[in-house]
Design a protein around this ligand. Structure first.
Ligand SMILES: Nc1ncnc2c1ncn2[C@@H]1O[C@H](COP(=O)(O)OP(=O)(O)OP(=O)(O)O)[C@@H](O)[C@H]1O
Ligand SMILES: [Mg+2]
Length: 399
């Protein structure tokens, strides 16, 4: 029979500790169990409890472990230098052994000296709080416990938030206790809450704004449509139609933005397809006769660049529809968009009658091409035109 049944727990722990202190080079469980005539499981249990409380240290040695006396330092001496965390040391009866000034402040205690020796459970936030008292009990019994985001609505006028860590410890006398580390995270929480509220407000504002922009653009489109229908002169009607298409290409973008997952980027191909459909309707052109294709390789572009790109394409495709096929002949219109490194390369072309010789893209005299030139410059891009079998524009700008 081993000695396990004969002696008390405290005595055995003391004997193990003494044995380890006499052997500073370390001992294995077997050596300890043999020396004290106890079974290995019992030795292992006490050793891990002693290691947890910091009295001994363990180190792996092949498959087994070696146990050493630990080199301990006095905690009491330096807890007052730690300002960020409240630190409270309690004994096995939860009486305060020492605490730093941060802990005293957080607990609403004036002079910390007056409270040493009194139960920590008498003071906020521990007072009448079962969660914290339970954690204290368990820590004294050797368990390390963390409580995050503890909400204290009882102790003070304002709601406070803390992060707690409870660490078991053993005092020189052999008495068990616990060290409580508390961090006041109220400001952090308040900042988070404010940020959340701010984001929610922004979202509401954004939804409102998007709705208004959409409504207003719709209103402008409707008004211009009315004016277009009541216009008696063909020239005025044509001008109105052009203006209408320019606004529509912006309205289409707004429609699209709200269906995108990330409203800051837009699938340029989808956007251009919508613009082209709207232009075909506006100029009453048959897409079976003048076939169009849009090839964009699913490129997404920044909304700030999508608007000028959309208007440029509106102008150039309008020109193809208005001027390239004057005799109602069959034809092709295409838009291709590629991304080469950080550069967006757009090609807008038709196989129609070709741009007249006197039209100078770098010095345009008409509004449509002036708008194109200005917007290309705004994109920090360059534009060139080829006059072979129709008109092909090449535009490059950085993304
Ligand atoms: N794809 C094209 N094919 C043939 N001619 C074209 C083409 N694009 C433009 N042109 C010619 O170039 C001229 C200038 O085009 P621009 O877009 O600046 O003016 P517009 O289309 O006449 O009027 P708006 O200012 O309403 O656009 C046109 O009037 C047309 O004669
Ligand atoms: Mg034009």
């Amino acid at each position: 029979m081993t000695r396990k049944t004969r002696i008390k727990k405290e005595e055995l722990e003391k004997e193990i500790l003494e044995l380890i202190r006499e052997n500073p080079k370390g001992l294995t469980i077997k050596e300890i169990a043999d020396a004290l005539n106890i079974c290995r499981n019992t030795a292992a249990k006490y050793l891990s409890s002693l290691a947890r409380s910091g009295e001994i240290e363990e180190r792996g040695l092949g498959p087994s472990k070696l146990y050493y006396p630990s080199k301990r330092v006095q905690v009491k001496g330096f807890i007052d230098f730690i300002k960020r965390y409240g630190i409270i040391m309690v004994d096995s009866k939860y009486n305060i052994v020492d605490l730093n000034s941060t802990a005293a402040n957080l607990m609403g205690l004036r002079s910390k000296k007056d409270y040493i020796g009194t139960s920590v459970k008498n003071y906020p936030p521990f007072l009448k709080n079962s969660e914290l008292c339970e954690a204290l009990n368990r820590a004294v019994y050797g368990e390390e416990i963390a409580i995050r985001d503890f909400r204290d609505a009882e102790s003070f006028e304002d709601i406070m938030y803390y992060d707690f860590t409870f660490i078991p410890c053993v005092y020189e006398s052999g008495e068990k206790g616990a060290i409580v580390i508390m961090e006041n995270i109220t400001d952090l929480r308040k900042m988070e809450e404010e940020r959340k509220r701010f984001l929610e407000e922004r979202e509401i504002l954004y939804d409102e704004l998007k709705q208004r922009v959409k409504d207003n653009l719709q209103l402008i489109v409707s008004m211009l449509n009315l004016q277009l229908r009541s216009s008696k002169s063909k020239n005025v009607a044509d001008e109105l139609k052009t203006a209408l298409n320019r606004i529509k290409s912006i309205a289409i973008l707004h429609e699209r933005i709200y269906s995108e997952e990330s409203p800051l980027e837009i699938d340029i191909g989808d956007y251009i397809r919508s613009i082209l459909k709207s232009l075909y309707l506006s100029y009453e052109k048959d897409p079976n006769k003048i076939v169009f294709s849009v090839d964009s390789n699913n490129i997404k572009i920044d909304m700030r660049k999508a608007i000028p790109s959309g208007i440029i394409i509106t102008e150039l495709v309008s020109n193809s529809l208005k001027h390239a096929f004057p005799k109602d002949e069959e034809g092709k219109i295409w838009v291709t968009i590629k991304k080469i490194g950080n550069i967006c390369v757009m090609e807008i072309g038709d196989n129609g009658s070709g741009l007249p010789k006197d039209v100078n893209l770098q010095k345009p005299t008409t509004l449509g091409l002036t708008i194109v030139k200005t917007l290309v410059e705004q994109l920090n891009g360059v534009i060139n035109v080829e006059r072979r079998d129709g008109t092909v524009y090449k535009i490059e700008f950085p993304l």
